[in-house]
Design a protein around this ligand. Sequence first.
Ligand SMILES: NC(=O)c1ccc[n+]([C@@H]2O[C@H](COP(=O)([O-])OP(=O)(O)OC[C@H]3O[C@@H](n4cnc5c(N)ncnc54)[C@H](O)[C@@H]3O)[C@@H](O)[C@H]2O)c1
Length: 257
Amino acid sequence: MNLNNRVVVITGAGAGIGRACALEFAKAGSAVVAADINWEAARETVNTITAAGGAGLAVETDVARPDSVERLAAVTLEHFGAVHALVNNAAIQVSKTVADTTFEEWNRQMAVNVGGVFLCSKHFLPALRRTRGAIVNLSSVNGFFVEPMCAGYCATKAAIIGLTKAMAIDHGREGVRVNAIAPGYIDAGLAESYFQVQADPSAARAAAGKLHALGRIGRPEEVARVALFLAGGDSSFMTGAVVVVDGGFGSGLPPAG
Ligand SMILES: NC(=O)c1ccc[n+]([C@@H]2O[C@H](COP(=O)([O-])OP(=O)(O)OC[C@H]3O[C@@H](n4cnc5c(N)ncnc54)[C@H](O)[C@@H]3O)[C@@H](O)[C@H]2O)c1
């Protein structure tokens, strides 16, 4: 599918990787529905798109709430009439061990990170069946290669891999492709929130770069370009895949220095 004149819904499009996806899809000619719990941030994303001559709509959405996601789907279809791609990107990170995580924090993180993928996929699948569209889910290298102090977050990112594969086999015959991206550290909000809870945040940031074979953390647009590929026709025989975009993070520890 050529993404020109197509409609893409991106959750968490007000910041970081989600915003980069919004700008990348808009550059490719898609109309972008920027769904974010932070409406001001989503509106800023859309303002950037429309200032460059593109089309967009900001919709205040809490992906963890069924009523909010139902409204997102209704407003999107009312406004654009069709949906060709859904990027399930919104997530939060509780940077704690299981021992320190409260039950409320656990539930909220599960509801946003996994429940959000479920709810948005559920409510956009009828429209995606009609266009033989695509879903792109943001997992993480932490879905299979974990780190300290983010147990619940790692669990949500692993769950997204399972959900991606399950939806791929359930909906492949309907023409809907479902893939996931597993980024390494990316210079965006969730990595920053993880650095901030370490004893020395700037040292943690520098050390994170050194964990990657390429010697640096990634940029949001380096993930967004892969999302664009997975949503479009160039990946037409890909479904159920987890594409690792990690600068070599998962390949092993690079030489010191
Ligand atoms: N930054 C990284 O290093 C990294 C690495 C691997 C995977 N990821 C994944 O990429 C995605 C984006 O991460 P990021 O670092 O760009 O995040 P970010 O914090 O920069 O942006 C997340 C956006 O999601 C929105 N959001 C939060 N809760 C929401 C909710 N309930 N409903 C709707 N919107 C909500 C926020 O308002 C924000 O605009 C996440 O799924 C994350 O797990 C990030």
